[in-house]
Design a protein around this ligand. Structure first.
Ligand code: GDP
Ligand code: MG
Length: 796
């Protein structure tokens, strides 16, 4: 390795130029720096470099870029000032750059590669063959006591290969593991060569997942390929490489077959030319992921560390209670806060899973491995280790049985939500009606009683009665998540979704979207490719969230009393269809590149505990309750007030009557917008409700309850919303709402303008432009679809 101290970019003074040799550091940092244009052979001018003063300013490829000192220190350079090259005389002037370029060529051509793998996977055999050395090859672990370095040449590159002790994992439970970790942390490696035993991939890849978390540039050598072939298993190693984000190359280290290909892959990755290269995250499930995110924020508060380690890796290790990593962060100024947070997360997980954190995490890792292998490995025959999980997967992810089972589950989910939830909903409705009467009887007639009964109780109350249904729906979603079935649903949807230009992983945000679009938009973070993420986020609002449930139920109960679950399911499926059509359209028009293959994690099945299900259900429901008690309440009161004022003088004593409503502010607004909604079969009050529903979708139901709660006569107070809706007449005395009009309205509600919170989240995740796109496109689509349905269906 290098003798003289390498000059780094942070050492070049203001006004001088230099040429880049190499960028050190882990994937995330490296990636960003390379994207800024800091690649080998590029020339950088230092615009402003004050010692110890951040940031430093550079010009590269015609643009100005500012870096921190700590970042610039990770970039090796050769100076382009004449003083730095005393061996060159004055008349060398014209070719100084050429001279430096040659030097850079030489300097950048040394690649240091660490061999990492399980004991007995063939590291030493590989090392011997590649280096031509005769290291002892043994059949027991611990033969490699120390690291051995061998240097050789390949296509003009000098490769330093380091043979490390074999380890099964990178925890801290054995000296070998610690040794390897320490080596990976403290040596300036260019690349990790992960050697795996192709005959025992599942076990060998546990270490691979840990290397992925550390985010090293990597190549995988599938050693003992002869044994894999002998066993009759079939592995699509190219597909596996695409999923993992680095080349996967078959070799037989004992005979040397394939070693050339591995070296070639190493050079390709080093030069940034390997087509497989991408940075992937192993998805550890929503809770672990949000804990990692939180810790990353704390870790990033202080400079420096993140240029040396992948923050995601540090966060994960801290949650796992890793002492070695703890020492690495102990000097940070907010170390105490970090430790407290990490310990809290760890306790939560151990309590929730009822297992120690190491097994929780390794279970999740195996979920990733199982997902990757079930897409790429075809075993010759059934392995003996047919545990229950495998048997279950065979059925649940089966090509023929998977879909019917999934749709059965979804149907049961809606059926139970609807049928079972109807009873407590009735009780609540009765209770709130009774409360209203009681208020009327004790309060003096007047504006306050009207506000309370017609505004608050009729509005927010109309939404609150759906609490039981919301609880049941969230309970189902929680159970789907907790059992691990959600991942299987995504898995079986994958092929289909690919054909639609989407990704199977998008299905998880979709199912979460049945609950609420906001967490669903956030859940799309598991998709790392921007294209997949944007497509998923933009289509999530077409999945009917629980906030839309109250108004559907209102309409379904009124107009489709005998097919409630079926009609509801049809609305949900139509939402899915439009999600898919939209994504197809966008991928045709805007995103031309192909969907990126991803590993679909298959985490172990778990029997959901009552406690966890209750916690998760309550987490989601309390969010909902918060919205009902704030946004929905406020909107109900506003709608009520707009309909209450100005008062119709002749009739001011008896609450809101139809004439009062017609001449109110709301009536005026409503009649102004009615022409837009009339062709969809709606009259003005529905139009007003829909517009109010932009604040939160629950407001549609609450507004309709306030507005249609009023009728010509006062003596039908006891009538249900259903009867009230059916008795709405237009100017000619004809019934306004038919099943067709109700369905058209549901279609409109399904597709139009996402609520304000969802739009804010979309903006936060993918930007303002897409937010506007979502608002405008969805509303236009809703109008057209609803219009077409109403007009065509009315013909029959
Ligand atoms: P290490 O512990 O990872 O250094 O593994 P070794 O290089 O010591 O190899 C362990 C055993 O696997 C030795 O008996 C090797 O001969 C054998 N071995 C290595 N590579 C291959 C291969 O490609 N195919 C087969 N069948 N055996 C191999
Ligand atoms: Mg060895």
């Amino acid at each position: 390795m290098e003798e003289t101290k390498q000059l780094t970019l942070s050492e070049i003074p203001t006004g001088e130029r230099c040429m880049i040799v190499k960028v050190h550091g882990h994937g995330g940092f490296r990636h960003r720096i390379l994207e800024l244009g800091f690649v080998r052979g590029e020339i950088v001018s230092v615009l402003k470099n004050a010692p110890l003063r951040d940031p430093v300013e550079y010009e590269i490829m015609g643009t100005h870029v500012s870096l921190r000192h700590s970042e610039a220190a990770r970039i090796d350079v050769v100076s382009l000032s004449k003083d730095a090259h005393p061996d060159l005389t004055q008349d060398f002037h014209g070719t100084l750059e050429e001279h430096v370029r040659q030097e850079v060529e030489q300097l950048g051509k040394e690649i240091t590669v660490a061999l990492v793998g399980n004991p007995n996977c063939g590291k030493t055999s590989f090392f011997n063959y590649a280096t031509g050395m005769r290291e002892k090859v043994g059949n027991y672990s611990g033969v490699t006591v120390d690291s051995k370095v061998g240097t050789f040449h390949h296509r003009g590159f000098t490769i330093n290969l380091v043979d490390l002790p074999g380890t099964y994992s990178l925890t801290e439970f054995s000296p070998d593991e610690l040794y390897v970790r320490d080596f990976l942390d403290n040596h300036d490696l260019d690349l990790v060569l992960n050697i795996v035993n192709a005959g025992n991939l599942e076990r060998n890849m546990l270490l691979t997942t840990q290397l992925i978390d550390r985010n090293h540039p990597m190549v995988m050598a599938l050693n003992m390929y002869d044994e894999l072939e002998k066993s009759g298993d079939r592995l699509d190693h190219q597909a596996l490489g695409q999923l993992l984000g680095f080349p996967v190359v078959p070799v037989i280290a004992r005979t040397g077959w394939g070693i050339e290909n591995v070296l070639e892959a190493i050079v390709q990755v080093y030069e940034g030319k390997a087509k497989e290269t991408k940075h992937i995250h192993i998805n550890y499930g929503s809770e672990m992921e949000s804990a990692i995110e939180q810790l990353k924020i704390l870790l990033n508060e202080t400079e420096g560390l993140r240029n040396h380690y992948h923050p995601r890796y540090l966060a994960l290790k801290l949650i796992a209670g890793d002492q070695t990593v703890w020492q690495q962060v102990a000097h940070l100024s907010n170390a105490d806060e970090i430790r407290k947070a990490a310990e809290q997360y760890r306790k939560n997980f151990e309590k929730e899973y009822d297992e120690d954190i190491t097994s929780v995490i390794s279970d999740l890792r195996f979920g990733f491995i199982r997902g990757a292998l079930s897409e790429t490995l075809v075993p010759a025959q059934k392995k003996e280790k047919q545990q229950l999980g495998y048997a279950l997967d065979k059925v649940l992810t089966n090509r023929w049985m998977g879909f019917p089972i999934l749709f059965c589950f979804l149907f049961i989910m809606f059926e139970v939500t609807f049928v079972l939830g109807a009873y407590p909903q009735d009780w609540l409705e009765t209770g709130i009606g009774w409360l209203g009467e009681w208020c009327r009887s004790v309060l003096p007639a007047g504006i306050f009683a009207d506000l309370l009964v017609d505004g608050v109780l009729a509005g927010a109350g109309a939404v609150l009665v759906f609490l039981p249904q919301i609880l049941i729906l969230f309970l189902f979603i929680s159970i789907l998540e907790d059992t691990g079935y959600m991942a299987r649903a995504a898995f079986i949807m994958d092929k289909l979704m690919h054909r639609m230009g989407l990704h199977g992983k998008s299905f998880i945000p979709y199912i979460i979207g049945f609950g609420c679009s906001v967490p669903a938009v956030l859940a799309a973070r598991t998709l790392e490719n921007p294209r997949d993420r944007i497509l998923t986020i933009l289509t999530v609002p077409f999945i009917s969230c629980s906030a839309r449930l109250p108004v559907y139920m209102l309409l379904v109960a009124a107009f489709f009393p005998h097919h409630q679950a079926l009609i509801l399911l049809s609305i949900y499926l139509i939402g899915l269809v439009f999600a898919i059509l939209t994504s197809l359209l966008l991928s045709k028009v805007h995103f031309k590149q192909q969907a990126n293959p991803f590993v679909m994690e298959l985490p172990p099945y778990r029997v959901p505990t009552l406690r966890n299900a209750a916690i998760h259900t309550w987490d989601k429901t309390s969010e909902w309750l918060k919205r009902v008690s704030t946004v929905v309440l406020l909107a109900s009161v506003i709608i009520w007030a707009l309909g209450y004022f100005p008062r119709l003088t002749s009739n001011s004593d008896s609450g809101m009557k139809k004439e009062q409503l017609e001449q109110s502010y709301l009536g005026k607004i409503g009649h102004a917008i009615e022409p837009a909604f009339r062709p969809l079969g709606m009259e003005w009050r529905a139009g007003v409700s829909l517009i109010a529903g932009a604040s939160a979708k629950e407001v549609i139901a609450s507004s309709m309850a306030v507005l249609y709660g009023v009728e010509d006569t006062d003596d039908n107070q006891e009538q249900s919303m259903a009867v009230k809706l059916q008795s709405v007449r237009d100017a000619d005395g004809r019934q306004v709402y038919s099943p067709i009009a109700a369905y058209a309205m549901m279609l409109f509600i399904l597709l139009y303008f996402p609520c304000i919170s969802t739009l804010a989240t979309i903006r936060q995740e993918i930007g303002k432009g897409w937010m506007w796109f979502s608002a405008i496109y969805n509303t236009m689509l809703a109008w057209l679809v609803s219009f077409a349905f109403y007009q065509i269906a009315s013909l029959f």
